[in-house]
Design a protein around this ligand. Sequence first.
Ligand code: 3PY
Ligand code: MG
Length: 257
Amino acid sequence: MTTETFTLARRLRAGDTVFSAWCGLPEPLVCEAIAREGFEAVVVDMQHGMWDEPAAMQAVAQIHLAGAAPVVRVPLWHNSLVSRMLDWGAEGIIAPMINSEAEARAFVQVAKYPPVGERSIGAHRAAMIARVPDQKFYIPEANTTTLSFAMIETQSAIDNLDTIAAMPGIDVLFVGPADLSFSLSNGATLDPHSAAVDAALEKVLAACDRHKKIPGLFCRDAERAMNKAKSGFRFLTVGSDIIFLRAGAAAQLKALK
Ligand code: 3PY
Ligand code: MG
């Protein structure tokens, strides 16, 4: 018996492109409703979103039961949450601001079991979510059935792209274009679509190609996501729950005028 219900890693490793939703509102039902519209993955954003741990644990289960892959972005420098969220059934973990080889290694230590890292044993909830009898079935495959996303969002990360991408156990280089634009311009420009960001995206694609890693990108809308999927990015997030909600409310209000 295998963890066949974990589909995201298998699909991305096979070369598929996956579009994901992104949720910051701390309500599992919002994630479930969005997943049920047909998104293939949903990110629970514990960095800038308002999630606490019990709600995030519930969201992971509800996203999975709604047929999408749950991915969690942990808060900055919260490596202890990485294996916790994997233990609760996340198929992928996004770690913000991975700027150096040492930070990539520290992330892998908690995200992957030996011999790749030192993730601690205790995946009882993940085994339930994966619908296997117990963790003995989940653990041997977990290094390949779950994904580590290193966020590339600073000048230092761009400078250290090759050592981050080469790190065994880092599966995805996931670009945060807002922080990246701010860092590349030394705090002068916040523009996720800037020419400097686009140039850095080409470097990320090339590093992924060299090191056989999966390129990912945060996008504010479907147009940008489609456009960047064409250039080679394969895990693309589209908007967010709050963007969808505000756009829906604004459109209805406008129609009343
Ligand atoms: C960024 O663009 O910096 C992100 O982290 C996306 O949420
Ligand atoms: Mg960011």
